[in-house]
Design a binder for this molecule. Structure first.
Ligand code: ADP
Ligand code: ZN
Length: 213
């Protein structure tokens, strides 16, 4: 089964993708994570994308399609979760082509709905653990008093360069202009399943399981 998680920044795609990996052994392909890795590696491409990402703009289609192509060719397992890809109609077309080349199909597109007000407060309060990737929130799930991650004990509190109000506004703008048309596109293809992304993490997880059943 191959699925896409679609939704605005902060909708919880990464959190839910982790569950699908743990529970179903699927493979998560997050273009955001791939681009952050490229950025940290200090290559020319990495330096170029770092600025674009920090502003909240989209990276060019060529770059992200190239990254996805590499991964799809490298893995022969079935069961991909596309997280943060496609983000434009051109990327959606490229994904169609890539999947058909490998004889794979796209089974479902899960749209995670969250209102804008909630996105802003989720994202500006977000931090993650540099040790294990656990996601924290200053209001709903603050770091333990001793500053050590409850999961792995690391004290490496990371905040993303683009998790500030200005970049977030730009990311939302990009989402509405370029990515949200994909909702109609996949609806017309009969692939779209919409879930309420505002509930508790477990409720959202259950809603996704229902949508995939
Ligand atoms: P979020 O969903 O929280 O905005 P991601 O980690 O998915 O975060 O993406 C972070 C940034 O990486 C985006 O704002 C964009 O600059 C870049 N990016 C990720 N995926 C894509 C993509 N498919 N196409 C273009 N840019 C992308
Ligand atoms: Zn940790």
């Amino acid at each position: 089964m191959n699925i896409i998680l679609l939704g605005p920044p902060g909708a919880g795609k990464g959190t839910q993708a982790h569950f699908l990996v743990e529970d179903r052994g699927m493979i998560q392909l997050s273009t955001g994570d791939m681009l952050r890795e490229a950025k940290d590696s200090g290559t020319e491409m990495g330096k170029k994308v770092a600025e674009v990402m920090a502003r909240g703009d989209l990276v060019t289609d060529d770059i992200v399609i190239g990254l996805i192509r590499e991964k799809l060719e490298g893995e022969n397992a079935s069961g991909f979760i596309f997280d943060g890809f496609p983000r434009t109609l051109a990327q959606a077309d490229a994904l169609d082509t890539l999947l058909s080349e490998t004889g794979e199909t796209l089974d479902a597109v899960i749209e995670m709905r969250v209102d804008d007000e909630a996105l802003v407060s989720r994202i500006t309060a977000r931090s993650t653990c540099g040790g294990c990737g656990e996601v924290y929130n200053d209001i709903t799930k603050p770091w333990p008093e001793d500053g050590k991650c409850a999961n792995c004990g690391s004290t490496d509190i990371k905040r993303r360069a683009d998790d500030n109000e200005e970049s977030l506004r730009q990311r939302l703008m990009e989402y509405y202009k370029k990515t949200s048309p994909l909702i109609g596109y996949y609806y017309a293809k009969g692939k779209l399943r919409s879930v309420d992304g505002l509930g508790e993490i477990d409720e959202v997880k259950a809603a996704i399981a229902d949508a995939l059943a």
